[in-house]
Design a protein around this ligand. Sequence first.
Ligand code: ATP
Length: 567
Amino acid sequence: MALFHVARYAGPEAAGAGAEADGRARALLERLQCRARERQQQKQPQQQEAARTSGAAGRRRRRPRRPRRREGGGAPGSPHAPRGKRRKADGEDESAGSSEGAPGESGADAEGAGPPEDPGGRPPGEAPGTPARALLLGGCGRSRAPKVQPFLPSWLAEPSCVGKSVTEDLVPVEDIPEVHPDMQKKLRAHGISFYFPVQAAVIPALLESTADGFLVARGGYQPSDLCVSAPTGSGKTLAFVIPVVQALLHRAVCQVRALVVLPTKELAQQVSKVFNIYTDATPLRVALITGQKSLIKEQESLVQKTADGFRCLADVVVATPGRLVDHIDQTPGFSLQHLRFLVIDEADRMIDSMHQSWLPRVVEAAFPSDGAKDPFALLQRRQPRATTAASISCPQMPLQKLLFSATLTQNPEKLQQLGLYRPRLFSTGLTYRGPRDTDEDGDSGGKYTFPAGLSHHYVPCSLRTKPLAILHLILEKNFSRVLCFTNSRENSHRLFLLVQAFGGVTVAEFSSRCGPGQRKAVLKQFEQGKIQLLISTDATARGIDVQGVQLVVNYDAPQYLRTYVHR
Ligand SMILES: Nc1ncnc2c1ncn2[C@@H]1O[C@H](COP(=O)(O)OP(=O)(O)OP(=O)(O)O)[C@@H](O)[C@H]1O
């Protein structure tokens, strides 16, 4: 029988409880030592003979042999055991553990030749009750665990690939007949005659799921949720604005049918602007709820109190997560029970903010609990489940989730939090290539793509000359619109003061030091070309679309590859 000693929780109780086992172990030890001494005596004459005949090698052998095990009280394989010997010691223990019939065979030499031991046969420093030769169980080994290769679900591993270039493979607007002629006209009126590749792939896919109207999905089936991973500037916003507006164009009653959630006020404002352009001259209304206005003002844009209850005033709501939850909690009559599209833009960052529990709140508000259901309602609302004949017998109003990001995580655990239904991924990036360039999510390089035409340069310089390098780029190289990123608002402010003191450059800072109004004004001036150098924290790194930026400077290197891509 093998002796086991689990190296965990070895406390006084263990010693007390193992009194009986201790007795047996001691008897065994004594037997072992006895045999070891006999063997030692047998070997001694042979060793003396060998020592006489060999030279330097013999000298080494004559040195007192170091105890092979438990120096300084460390058990073999334990962190206290000598480093180079640990693996060997483990191996010895394993063999001892498995050779029940000959306990003394493998370890007797060492026992006999070791330093003086106490009368109980224990090596010095070893706790009473610890069996002498025991197989150690529990995380003592230092061997590196083999790296587990990620196994991605097929929808993540095999995305529909789309081009990332905004100059090649463009599709003429008229080539996608699913888009309503009025929408096409509007697109042209805004200078868009060609769809970018991402739009050409995503718009028809989304419109297909609303081909039978937005209230009931095709054939009564729940439509797939869509995920889009494409570089910044690839036209993701229009990829969801056009199909959502077109799907809702002929709605009869105003209800919140589309909800777009974004991580920052600036992004939300930008997206609501695009919705306003494409809902202009339609009955559809767009509300922006980001906390820039007072809660009451925002409530007035969402619902109106009438004699028999409340009237909804918005078809499309563009929101930041915190403020959205405020309205779910505090705005009477604000209902998401008719929600058809939930758009999660900058999805990876929104997933990071899941701890705010905004998504469960939205889902809860969108799917009334069983008690609140009206059994006579024409359309039912139920969270998607397995599709059966019974499940599609009653028409369901689906809630379709649409995720957009420049750096969509490939971490299935994170994506699972979104509760996606049969998701479909459109991606401009490569599929998983191997464990390189791991970032904070465990995401790997190779899947992020940069906008076509972007070139990267590296300027080696000391910390002291960094500000001069920036000034050189503007004053000597004549870059007129430069976006410069730092890693903290303090760094932004310091650089801002320095450049301002130097003079000759119109400079502004953009960080949480500035209020929302100031930030808005600064962005506007930068867009208009009134500011040459905008020094910013990562507040502008995501999705802020400023035309005509000539140069993006990573003044402080970003911590993660993902941040670099967004900048
Ligand atoms: N088909 C098109 N033709 C011409 N310009 C377009 C087209 N689609 C979008 N644009 C313009 O390209 C710019 C970038 O588009 P958009 O903001 O939608 O990119 P994005 O992929 O959402 O980027 P981000 O991830 O930074 O939000 C915008 O100014 C938009 O007006």
